[in-house]
Design a protein around this ligand. Structure first.
Ligand code: NI
Length: 173
């Protein structure tokens, strides 16, 4: 089990466009497993590779509730291939924007095509919190944070606070 440090915004590593993997091999599986460990350790429901400083298009997700069995999902090269007309608004958070939340509107249902942990091509229909979470994580692969989908006022307020917290943390005691 390897718990990787999660990068906190603002950080240029969160703005990169991640690259597709050729195949899900042992190396990619290792990344997926480390990412899942890191996500669980941080009590998140989704994590994208750029958040741990990796530039591959890999995300992990688990939206099961506390009283349910874990339902980890591993997605490489995830693509949105269909969206519903109806939207869903959700108060989103992000491990890279700790303790900040904002309402984001996204399609309520999406069809996702991806390579799973066994390098099989899969297609699933996701809705509700799973759809929101997968769209949020795919955004990370394109350098987009949830604050990029809210008003500039709200975005700048959150990023300023995070920047200030970083400066304080960097000061010698
Ligand atoms: Ni996030």
């Amino acid at each position: 089990m390897t718990v990787l440090p999660i990068i906190v915004a603002p950080d240029p590593r969160l703005k990169i466009k991640a690259k597709p993997v050729d195949a899900v091999d042992d190396d990619v599986r290792q990344l997926m497993d480390d990412m899942l460990d890191s996500m669980y350790a941080a009590q998140g429901i989704g994590l994208a590779a750029p958040q741990v400083g990796d530039d591959r298009r890999v995300i992990v997700v688990d939206v099961s509730r506390e009283n349910e069995d874990p339902q980890p999902m591993f997605l490489a090269n995830p693509q949105i291939v269909g969206v519903s007309d109806d939207d869903r608004e959700h108060e989103e958070g992000c491990l890279s924007l700790p303790e900040h939340y904002a309402a984001v509107v996204r399609p309520d249902q999406v069809r996702i095509r991806y390579l799973d942990r066994d390098n099989e091509i899969c297609e699933i229909d996701a809705e509700g919190i799973l759809a929101t979470c997968i769209q949020h994580e795919i955004d990370h692969l394109d350098g987009i944070l949830f604050v990029d989908r809210v008003s500039a006022l709200k975005r700048n307020m959150i990023l300023r606070k995070l920047q200030k917290a970083k400066k304080l943390a960097a000061q010698p005691a």
